[in-house]
Every structure is written in structure tokens, then in C-alpha cells.
Design a binder for this molecule. Structure first.
Ligand code: MG
Ligand code: FE
Length: 165
């Protein structure tokens, strides 16, 4: 029984690691193209730094479980993230598409961390709870910021469109 919980937890950690690699790729691509939206860019750059810490936390959790933190799946995920960012970059409303995608992504991350936190005790890894909760808080802060800035970013986009017309 303990092993099933442990295995579920380890698979969850690996999936979360692949998710964070994807997040990192997405935000790296986005931050290169956000000069017209300095406030969004600053947030993305800050969250990119948090994401690198989140990756380290997940790697430490995996190592504490006796698992190696390298995995093939990460590569496929980061390729997908780069393709998503590229697809959005050819659209005129790139900033809006990225805002919607980031809103979805942050909420996906929130659910993933909540799930991992729920598994900690059963997996015999209560010490993993605190770092995962730290990452969860960062995701919640980022999700809340995106949610409260959708309208503002939209109106900024509109004024850029008007200037270009
Ligand atoms: Mg994250
Ligand atoms: Fe995030």
C-alpha cells in the first residue's frame, strides 16, 4: 500500500517537472517578445525565476524519494511549449493568446501542486509538503495576477492596435 502511494507521488513529481520545463520554455519565448508590455514582461521574468526554483524543489523531492531527476519526457514537453509560443507569435493578437494560455497554465499548475501535496503523507514524504506549498503559493500569486490583468492587457493591446492603424 505504501508503495502505491509512493509510486503515484513519484509519477506526479516527474509530471510536474515536465510541466515546469514546459512553463520555463513558454515564458522564455514570451519574455523575448514582450517589450511593448513592460508590466507583463516584468511579471513573466519574475515568474521565470520562480519556475527555476520550482524545478529545483521538484528535483530535490525526486532525489529524496531516491529517484533521478532526469527524464526524456521533458524534452518532448519543451518542444511542445516552443511550438505553442511560436504559433502564438505569428498571430497579431499574440499578447492576448499568451494571456489566455498563461491563465490556463497557471491553473493547471495549481491543481498539480495541490494533488502532490495531498499525496505527501501517504507517500511517506511529509517533508516534501513545505517546498511544494511554497511552489503552490507562487502559482496562485501568478494566476491571481493574470486573472486581475486580463482586461487591462486587452485595453493596452487595443491602444497598440490603434497606434499602428
Ligand atoms: Mg510553475
Ligand atoms: Fe507557474
Amino acid at each position: 500500500m505504501a508503495n502505491i502511494a509512493r509510486d503515484t507521488f513519484v509519477v506526479g513529481l516527474r509530471n510536474a517537472h515536465a510541466m515546469e520545463v514546459q512553463a520555463r520554455e513558454l515564458m522564455e519565448r514570451q519574455s523575448e517578445r514582450l517589450d511593448e508590455y513592460p508590466e507583463v514582461k516584468a511579471k513573466v521574468v519574475t515568474h521565470l525565476q520562480e519556475t527555476n526554483e520550482q524545478l529545483k524543489r521538484l528535483e530535490q523531492c525526486l532525489e529524496a524519494c531516491g529517484e533521478s531527476s532526469s527524464s526524456l519526457k521533458d524534452t518532448a514537453q519543451s518542444l511542445m511549449a516552443n511550438m505553442t509560443a511560436m504559433a502564438h507569435s505569428v498571430a497579431g493578437d499574440e499578447i492576448l493568446k499568451n494571456t489566455f494560455a498563461n491563465n490556463a497554465f497557471e491553473n493547471f499548475e495549481i491543481a498539480a501542486y495541490k494533488s502532490l501535496i495531498a499525496l505527501c503523507s501517504a507517500a511517506g514524504m511529509p517533508e516534501a509538503k513545505a517546498p511544494l506549498e511554497a511552489s503552490l503559493k507562487e502559482e496562485q500569486r501568478m494566476a491571481a495576477w493574470i486573472d486581475s490583468n486580463v482586461e487591462k492587457v486587452t485595453m493596452e493591446f487595443l491602444s497598440h492596435q490603434r497606434q499602428a492603424a
